[in-house]
Design a protein around this ligand. Sequence first.
Ligand SMILES: Nc1nc2c(ncn2[C@@H]2O[C@H](COP(=O)(O)OP(=O)(O)OP(=O)(O)O)[C@@H](O)[C@H]2O)c(=O)[nH]1
Ligand SMILES: [Mg+2]
Ligand SMILES: [Zn+2]
Length: 324
Amino acid sequence: MPLTHDDEPTAAPRRRGRPGDAPAPTERVTHVVMSYSRGFAWLRAVGPDGFTPALSAVERVQCRPGVTCVVGDRVEVAGGNVAGVLPRRGTLSRAVGPQQQLLAAHVDRLVLVVAVGRSLREGFVMRGLVSATLQGLAPLVVVNKMDVDDGDAAAQVTAWQALGIPVQPTSVVRGDGMDALRTALAAGTSALLGHSGVGKSTLINALRPGANRRTGGLDWQGKGRHVTTMAEAIPDGNSLLVDLPGVRELGLWGATPEDILDAFPDVKAAITRCHFPDCSHDEGTAGCAVLEELDAGRLDPGRVELCLRMQQSVALGLEGGGRL
Ligand SMILES: Nc1nc2c(ncn2[C@@H]2O[C@H](COP(=O)(O)OP(=O)(O)OP(=O)(O)O)[C@@H](O)[C@H]2O)c(=O)[nH]1
Ligand SMILES: [Mg+2]
Ligand SMILES: [Zn+2]
């Protein structure tokens, strides 16, 4: 997908110049926010052909009072300042306590990165999938650090694939899955979201030589510290990879119990077959289809519990914030 804004008229290539230079009458340039911090945006100009080398210098531009940006924003520059933010689409948000925090805009794909070890959490993946659906983003689950897998992660990958969840196992160390990931992320804007230390920045450095993202977040045993503190978009042609700080919480605003169930087709099929209207599906109700499937080993008890817990927390209005 081209990076130019949908509403933008086709543009003539831009001369090199400072942001805020009066454009020639026929010239329209979109500025894309590559990074933002405390009233300053790092911008790249983008023409109809994307980030051509002549357009690709990053410029640090102060925002006018009252203007705040997120990475991926398309902005107007006037008089040497960021004067306004164009209408957002493809927004990615998360929960900070009861507040919704916008992380990025104009995102096409939500890449949910987990890693072998403590961060291989089905709860994170399922919340991320619901969140992607609600926010209109295409999901991709990346299971990184497959080089240290003892078999559990491979089994999890197979189970998710059997459920139709798009999953790409990777190892940056061994190079496994990196060509397939490069192809999957070759177009559009992809935001990498996951716990600290799963290898988001390391993946981006491997996919974008020269990105020079600082790495060394938590290792696979959970030791270490958060490394990425500022979101940054890294371009290549018309595609962007957004490196985000590690997150622990991801809200599910506006989700209904039905939205949750839709993300669990395996659980949904059994619940739909249960004929007891008030069945909680988790106690010893004789004849409950969910319990029958569990007893027969055709349904994963962890997934049933996760689905019911997520439904309950949505129904009780506890999302907002949900621990991943
Ligand atoms: N064994 C192994 N280690 C990896 C792999 N990918 C990344 N790592 C290591 O995992 C640690 C964390 O990597 P980062 O890329 O900093 O993780 P991050 O997700 O960006 O972390 P934050 O910026 O804190 O959110 C580093 O020590 C990497 O070298 C992999 O495929 N295999
Ligand atoms: Mg990082
Ligand atoms: Zn039941």
